[in-house]
Design a protein around this ligand. Structure first.
Ligand SMILES: *Cc1c(COP(=O)(O)O)cnc(C)c1O
Length: 456
C-alpha cells in the first residue's frame, strides 16, 4: 500500500509527525485530477477547495497546459541557464513583465527566475541588500515587515517572517529584522468598533494607528532602511488577514519617502487571486521587487520569478565583482517556463476572466450563509479568496483554545464530505481554481458550511 510506504519512508511538510503516523490516520492518496476535482486511490472524488495549496489556476489536467508541456518535452526538458539561454524563458520574462507593468508601474523591467516562493523572496532580499552595498548606501541593511508575516522557509525568507509558530525555534539562526503590527482590523487592539456581521475592515473605528507605527519605524531607522517587505492586501499563511483599503499604498509611499525599496511578496496573491492579475494593481503602488511563484505555472511545475526595476539591475553592472552570485541548478527550466507561458495565455483570455468574475460573485453571495452560523467571527473576501474565521464567542471575538484544533477538525469533516482545503489555525479558506463552475463552487460552499455544522 502506498500509504504504508509513505508512512515508512517519507516526511511531510508542515505536518505534526505523530498525527501523520497515528495508525487511525488513513492518508488520502491522490492518483488523478480533472478540473476542480481530485481522485484518490479508493476512487473517491474531492473538490480541490484550495487549488492544491493555492497553486492551481485552471484546474487539473488542463488540455492547453498539458499540450504546452508535452510539446516542450519533445524538444528539451532542461538545460543550464548559467551562461546559456533558451527559448521559453525570455518569452516568459517579457510576458510576465508586460502583465505586471501597466501604466502605473512602468519600471518593472527585469526578471530573475528561481524555483519556488521561498527562493523568489530570498533573491529579492539579497538583490536589495547587495544593491545598497555596492551603490554607496552600505548602511541600508534593515528590513521591515508585518507581524505574523510568512514569506517562505529558507533562512532569509524566515528572517523577515514573524510567525510565532513557524519562526520562534529558528530565531538564533536568522538575521534580525523589524516587525510592525499587521493591519488586521478584526483583531486590532486599536479598533473601537464592536463586532458586526460584516467584514471588520468596513466597519472599523480607528485612527490608522497601524500606519503611524510604520512611519515611526522608518523614522527610527533614519537612512538605514533597506526595504519594506509585504504581502500586498492579503497575508495568506498568517491567517488570511485582509488589509484595509489604502494601507498598501500609504505604507509603500512611506518606504519611498525614507529611501527604502518596496518588496512585494505576491507568491499567494499573484495571478488574479485578489481580482486584478497582481494585488498591487488594486492600489497605486510602484514596487521595486515582486516575488511570484505558486500560480506561475498554473500549479503544474515548481518555478518562481522575482521581478525588479531596471534601476536595481543597473546597480549590478560594471566590474565582475558586482555580480549577483546567486542562482539554482534548475533556473530557467524549459518545462516550467512553457507551462507558465501557457498558463498566462489562459489567464489573460476573456473566458477565464469572465469565469473569475463569476466565481468571485458566487463566493460573495455565500457570506450571508456563513454569517448565520453561531461560531463565525469574521467573513472576508478579496477576489476569489474567501476566508471564514471561527471563534468561540462572537460578541467578544474570543478564539477557540488552539489545542482544540477547531479549523483542522472542520477540514477533516469537509474531507469526509468530499471537499479538500487546509485551514490556517481556525481560519477556513476557499480558493478554487478559476475553472470551477458555478455548480462546483456552490457545492464547495455547501460542503464547507455542512462541515462547520458537523463540527459543532
Ligand atoms: C507559499 C508562500 C511562500 C513560499 O513559497 P514556497 O513555494 O512554498 O517556497 C512565500 N510567500 C508567500 C506569501 C506564500 O504564500
Amino acid at each position: 500500500m502506498n500509504s504504508d510506504l509513505d508512512k515508512k519512508y517519507l516526511w511531510h511538510p508542515f505536518t505534526p509527525t505523530d498525527l501523520w503516523l497515528d495508525p487511525a490516520h488513513e492518508p488520502v492518496v491522490i492518483v488523478e485530477g480533472e478540473g476542480s476535482w481530485l481522485m484518490d486511490a479508493n476512487g473517491r472524488r474531492y473538490l480541490d477547495g484550495n487549488s492544491s495549496i493555492w497553486t492551481n489556476l485552471h484546474g487539473h489536467r488542463h488540455p492547453a497546459l498539458n499540450h504546452a508541456i508535452k510539446t516542450q518535452l519533445d524538444r528539451i526538458a532542461h538545460s543550464s541557464f548559467l551562461g546559456l539561454t533558451n527559448e521559453p524563458a525570455p518569452q516568459l520574462a517579457e510576458k510576465l513583465l508586460q502583465a505586471a507593468a501597466g501604466e502605473k508601474t512602468p519600471h518593472l523591467h527585469r526578471c530573475f527566475l528561481s524555483d519556488d516562493g521561498s527562493t523568489a523572496v530570498e533573491a529579492a532580499l539579497k538583490i536589495a541588500h547587495q544593491y545598497f552595498q555596492q551603490n554607496g548606501e552600505e548602511q541600508r541593511t534593515r528590513f521591515i515587515s508585518l507581524g505574523s508575516a510568512y514569506h517562505g522557509d529558507t533562512v532569509g525568507a524566515m528572517s523577515v517572517g514573524h510567525s510565532p509558530l513557524f519562526h520562534k525555534t529558528y530565531r538564533q539562526m536568522l538575521f534580525s529584522s523589524d516587525e510592525v503590527m499587521s493591519p488586521h482590523c478584526y483583531r486590532c487592539p486599536f479598533n473601537q468598533a464592536r463586532p458586526e456581521k460584516q467584514d471588520a475592515r468596513l466597519v472599523r473605528k480607528c485612527h490608522w494607528e497601524c500606519l503611524a507605527q510604520v512611519e515611526k519605524k522608518f523614522q527610527e531607522h533614519q537612512d538605514r532602511s533597506a526595504a519594506w517587505v509585504i504581502e500586498p492586501r492579503v497575508q495568506g499563511a498568517a491567517g488570511f488577514i485582509m488589509h484595509p483599503e489604502g494601507y498598501l499604498q500609504e505604507t509603500s509611499a512611506l518606504a519611498r519617502q525614507h529611501g527604502a525599496l518596496v518588496i512585494l511578496d505576491e507568491v499567494m496573491t499573484g495571478f488574479g487571486r485578489t481580482g486584478p492579475l497582481f494585488a498591487f494593481q488594486k492600489e497605486e503602488v510602484q514596487p521595486d521587487l515582486v516575488a511570484l511563484a505558486k500560480g506561475l505555472t498554473g500549479g503544474y511545475l515548481p518555478l518562481a520569478a522575482t521581478l525588479l526595476t531596471e534601476k536595481l539591475f543597473l546597480g549590478f553592472r560594471g566590474h565582475p565583482s558586482r555580480t549577483f552570485y546567486h542562482g539554482h541548478s534548475y533556473t530557467g527550466n524549459q518545462l516550467g517556463c512553457a507551462a507558465a507561458l501557457a498558463s498566462l495565455d489562459l489567464l489573460q483570455s476573456e473566458p477565464v476572466r469572465q469565469n473569475r468574475l463569476r466565481l468571485e460573485n458566487v463566493l460573495r453571495h455565500s457570506h450571508e450563509k456563513f454569517w448565520q452560523l453561531p461560531h463565525t467571527g469574521d467573513v472576508r473576501q478579496e477576489g476569489c479568496i474567501l476566508a471564514i474565521e471561527l471563534v468561540e464567542d462572537f460578541a467578544s471575538r474570543r478564539p477557540f483554545d488552539p489545542a482544540r484544533c477547531t479549523g483542522a477538525e472542520v477540514c477533516r469533516q469537509a474531507a469526509a464530505l468530499g471537499l479538500l482545503t487546509r485551514p490556517v489555525g481556525d481560519v477556513l479558506v476557499l480558493m478554487p481554481p478559476y475553472s470551477t463552475t458555478e455548480t462546483e463552487a456552490l457545492l464547495m460552499i455547501e460542503r464547507l458550511h455542512q462541515a462547520i455544522q458537523n463540527t459543532f
